[in-house]
Design a protein around this ligand. Structure first.
Ligand SMILES: Nc1nc2c(c(=O)[nH]1)N[C@H]1C(S)=C(S)[C@@H](COP(=O)(O)O)O[C@H]1N2
Ligand SMILES: [Mo]
Length: 522
């Protein structure tokens, strides 16, 4: 037993006494500490190696991403709604607590021998390896990161366990403390270094270097009278306020100079485009309202911006999409996939590189994303898009399809009440009811409101910007004092009036009339 103190019987007795336990077990606190430090070391060193190879290979991130991927969308949406943009922070904290629990448990079952703890370390290590291996967004080398985690976790556990177990006197205790402090310091350094390495990709620098994007055909300036703010949202949503939905645990960091888009599958000629290829084309600008299929009736997963980019029709003319293909199966750098009808793509799809006059914000898909007005985001709006494969809907299911969502999902004609707010008390009997309505590609024809189930009354529509954007509406109503409920319904320009039937967001978008209950007081 190289390097291990050989204890005589008397020393063993002393050691046992020092451990404070008459049957030779480590005190609980010390055993737990060994577990916690080992798990921290495993994570930190794995994170460091991932920082060198590929930040997506970090075992902690990979487990988190896999957890997101296997979580059903209703639970994801609930987390999103409950924790808002902190949902991923909550996931990290939850994972941290689970790992802490496992670490303490590993220590506690190893009070006599280090073997159970080492076995647990190996098992968690293997989970990490599998989580990294099944990630679509990491290369072959990446498996090194969880392997290092496994070896570090098991090794540190054995080392610290032995040191803890051998404590006979104060000198041993100091030695144990010294080694523990040393490992903890190593954990700190490795964690910080891993983080710095992971952040070395300067995506904001790349975004700044892109500079101003000047469209060859700018969108017409937004006319006046397009909203009734503050009774409704402003017509254009700022990049900051624009709703955000993605499955990515950390926002992908892809520099414009590293970006490439591969176009392949059922095409006459495969193409690989670089950022400059896109930028040098004549750029168009379109004002479009994006909506998420998860938006509940009355929900806020809908926003409007002007997007700058290139019509996909123009790019795809060079590739030549074969007549048999009906699905554009696109993939983002983080492995998210999306299936869009080729007909819609060729009709009005756009590869966007700018949003509200700036290069796309990183959270909204920098360097490039898809935008197809009239289709919910999960079937049309791939952010950080790097791959476009033309195939058939029967060939491949995109990310959300196997999770219970429809392959095809055109945006439904819907409307929302923004004023009054629920439970508001309105002073005076002249009440402004206002909101938004949308029916992308068709346009809004009229919006009506009714109070307490009475007759439908017309509302005033704000100026229409395009049929692909939301349209604000308002009505000033005389309502007697008391509690009331107001409802709204939109009719699009095809003459279709949105259905009263309540439907959940799954599988292809919520339906039903929005309503608000409020009080009028004199
Ligand atoms: N890479 C990637 N693109 C994505 C998603 C995603 O999870 N990953 N989510 C989609 C969904 S569900 C919607 S509603 C829109 C939202 O775009 P936004 O975050 O810019 O508002 O992006 C789509 N594009
Ligand atoms: Mo979405």
């Amino acid at each position: 037993m190289k390097g291990v103190k050989q204890l005589n019987t008397e020393q063993v007795d002393v050691a046992v006494a020092a451990r404070g336990d008459d049957d030779g077990r480590l005190p609980r606190a010390r055993a737990s500490l060994v577990g916690v430090i080992s798990v921290a070391a495993a994570l930190a060193f794995g994170h460091l190696v991932a920082g060198v190879i590929d930040s997506n290979a970090s075992p902690l991130l990979a487990v988190g991403k896999t957890a997101i991927d296997i979580t059903p969308k209703p639970i994801q949406d609930w987390a999103k709604a409950t924790f808002y943009t902190y949902d991923k922070l909550v996931l990290f904290i939850g994972m941290g607590l689970v790992l802490l629990g496992i670490a303490v448990a590993a220590g506690l079952v190893s009070r006599r021998s280090s073997t159970p703890g080492v076995i647990i370390a190996v098992v968690i290590g293997i989970v990490g390896i599998v989580a990294v291996m099944v990630r679509p967004d990491v290369g072959q080398l990446s498996v090194l990161a969880p392997v290092v985690s496994l070896v570090t976790g098991a090794g540190v556990f054995r080392l610290l366990h032995r040191r803890a177990y051998e404590i006979v006197d104060d000198a041993d205790r100091r030695k144990f403390l010294k080694v523990s402090v040393g490992v903890v310091a190593g954990v700190g350094v490795a964690g910080v270094a891993g983080q710095l390495l992971a952040n070395r990709v300067d995506v904001e620098g790349s975004r700044t270097a892109v500079g101003a994007l000047a469209p060859t055909t700018p969108a017409p300036p937004v006319p006046t009278g397009v909203d009734f703010s503050p009774a409704t949202p402003r017509f254009l949503t700022s990049n900051r306020d624009f709703y955000r939905i993605d499955t990515a645990l950390t926002v992908p960091k892809l520099r414009a100079e590293d970006w490439a888009l591969r176009i392949h599958g059922a095409v006459d000629k495969e193409l690989t485009l670089r950022y400059e290829d896109i930028r040098q084309r004549p750029l168009i600008e379109r004002t479009i309202t994006l909506a998420c299929v998860s938006n509940e009736v009355g929900g806020d997963l809908i926003s409007t911006a002007t997007f700058i980019g290139v019509p996909l029709r123009d790019i795809l003319a060079d590739a030549g999409v074969k007549p048999g293909a009906d699905q554009l199966f696109s993939t983002s750098v983080d492995g998210f996939t999306c299936g869009t009808p080729v007909a819609d793509v060729l009709d009005r799809g756009m590869l966007a590189i700018g949003m509200n006059g700036e290069p796309l914000p990183v959270e909204h898909g920098f360097p490039a994303r898809m935008v197809v007005p009239g289709l919910y985001g999960y079937v049309s709006a791939t952010k950080w898009v790097v791959d476009m494969n033309f195939n058939k809907f029967t060939d491949a299911n995109a990310y959300w399809i196997d999770r219970g969502w429809s392959q095809k999902a055109p945006i439904k004609t819907q409307s929302r009440i923004d004023s009054p707010h629920s439970q508001d008390t309105v002073k005076g009997t002249r009440v402004t009811v206002a909101g938004i309505a949308w029916a992308q590609t068709r346009g809004i024809g009229k919006v009506e409101v009714r109070v307490d189930g009475g007759d439908w009354r017309p509302t005033q529509l704000a100026t229409e910007v395009t049929v692909d954007t939301w349209r604000m509406w308002k009505a000033d109503l005389d309502i007697r004092p008391g509690d009331h409920t107001v409802e709204c319904r939109a009719t699009d320009k095809t003459g279709y009036t949105q259905t009263q039937d309540r439907a959940d967001p799954a599988p292809n978008g919520a339906t039903g009339w929005d309503s608000r209950t409020f009080t009028v007081s004199t």
